[in-house]
Ligand binder design. Structure first.
Ligand SMILES: NC(=O)N[C@@H](CC(=O)O)C(=O)O
Length: 422
């Protein structure tokens, strides 16, 4: 099916038409018999790419499946997502990775790229089948034990040496377990003391970020820092980049907008790992995203079933939904980012980090037609019950956002039309 996307403002600049032929590529001239999408007043961006999505299949299909997560992603303007390995069983073999990749293709709404575990069973000790996962049909290049930190420096060093051979990257969940153990559930500060909640100090993140950039330098391999949450981590990253160390980093939409104060009501919706931080950290994260110290926005979309999330704060699962709201939240947190910058941090750079050559491409003839069309001014009130996700742990429920995703086109196929699944 060929398409003419008429009158969209490309990256918020001049208006133009985009032509998509029936092989799903952007082309120079309008194909005959094409469907026309009226995009007058809409901004066209390359389809968004999420470096950090938790789908719960296999194992917890009551919380999310590859299909429902793909639907949520398409509604959020995504055309590719990286599916984290902390499923049950863990994605730590070529077979498991290939299965996720196949299920993503069957769903057919976004490219689902499996992330491979760094260590077997996320156990932190023995390396998983990194090479076999890479050589499988899934072509895994990003490895992460996310949800857990690869805390043993020797294991991290070996993983970096191993993936270097094929240009892989280790995405680290930076949390030193001796400084922030499994009970830690709230930013350590005056408020955690007052609330009586076990603290998760920023230093537990920062020491791992510092160690890992040194390991990246030592091995000449590539580290990606997942969900950076503190000003101290930003300082380390700034230094590391100035040294030319091969490190990239992501920040979540929620860490750009929400702060620790939300915890005064003990609402587990706001329990997330790493925890929400004070305003000073949020300000540092925004500055770092704007100046390129942080490379990308990644959702850390973490769906949880009601019976895992609706508990006393200390017992509830960590995580919040993010795919459907990410763009609106980023626009709200950082209204001064240009659309070119938004495309850079939410599409081009994440695609490059993940090695997805087909994604994050300029909206120009020859590129695969992965496009999102956004109404920059439309007001949205988030309704958690209107979500495609199977879970409802949505911290944005009832909030007002702008920048509504109107249409999403994946490989030339309309996946979202007028804000609804096509
Ligand atoms: N980010 C989260 O708060 N949750 C993640 C894993 C994790 O990092 O704990 C999840 O899988 O639910």
């Amino acid at each position: 099916m060929s398409l003419v996307i008429k009158g969209a403002s490309l990256l918020g600049e001049q208006a133009g038409d985009l032509y998509v032929d029936d092989s799903g590529l952007l082309v120079e001239a309008a194909p005959s018999g094409a469907e026309t999408i009226d995009a007058d007043g809409l901004v066209a961006l390359p389809g968004l790419v999420d470096l950090h999505t938790h789908l719960r299949e296999p194992g917890r299909e009551d919380a999310e499946t590859i299909l429902t997560g793909s639907q949520a992603a398409a509604l959020g303007g995504y055309t590719a997502i990286l599916a984290m390995a902390n499923t049950s069983p863990v994605t730590d073999t070529a077979e498991a990775a290939t299965r996720v990749w196949e299920l993503g293709r069957e769903a057919g709404l976004v490219h689902v790229q499996p992330v491979g575990a760094v260590t077997r069973g996320l156990g932190g000790e023995e390396l998983a089948e990194l090479g076999l996962m890479h050589r499988s049909r899934a072509g895994v290049t990003v490895f992460s034990d996310d949800g857990r930190c690869v805390h043993d420096a020797r294991v991290m060093r070996r993983a970096l040496e191993y993936v270097k051979a094929f240009g892989g990257v280790v995405s680290q969940h930076s949390q030193d377990p001796s400084l922030a153990g499994s009970a830690a559930c709230c930013h350590e500060g005056e408020l955690s003391g007052r609330l009586g909640l076990p603290g998760w100090p920023g230093i537990a993140e920062e020491v791992i970020v510092a160690r890992d950039v040194m390991l990246a330098r030592h091995t000449g391999s590539r580290v990606h820092v997942a969900h950076v949450s503190t000003a101290g981590s930003v300082e380390v990253l700034r230094w590391a980049k100035a040294q030319g160390i091969d490190v990239t980093a992501e920040v979540t939409p929620h860490h750009l907008l929400l702060t620790t104060d939300l915890l005064t009501g003990y609402d587990p919706t706001y329990k997330v790992n790493p925890p929400l931080r004070p305003q000073e950290d949020v300000d540092a994260l925004r500055g770092a995203l704007a100046d390129g110290t942080i490379d990308a926005v990644a959702t850390d979309h973490a769906p949880h079933a009601r019976h895992d999330k609706e508990h006393a704060f200390v017992d509830a699962a960590f995580g919040m939904l993010g795919l459907e709201t990410a763009l609106g939240v980023v626009r709200m947190a950082m209204p001064d980012l240009s659309w070119t910058d938004v495309a850079r941090v939410m599409s081009l750079t994440p695609a490059r980090i993940a090695g997805l050559a087909d994604q994050g491409r300029p909206l120009a003839p020859g590129s695969p037609a992965h496009v999102v069309l956004v109404d920059p001014d439309a007001a949205i009130t988030v309704d958690r019950d209107a979500s495609a996700s199977l879970s409802r742990n949505n911290p944005w429920h009832g909030r007002h956002l702008t920048s509504r995703v109107v249409h999403t086109v994946y490989a030339g196929r309309v996946t979202v039309r007028d804000g609804a699944l096509a």
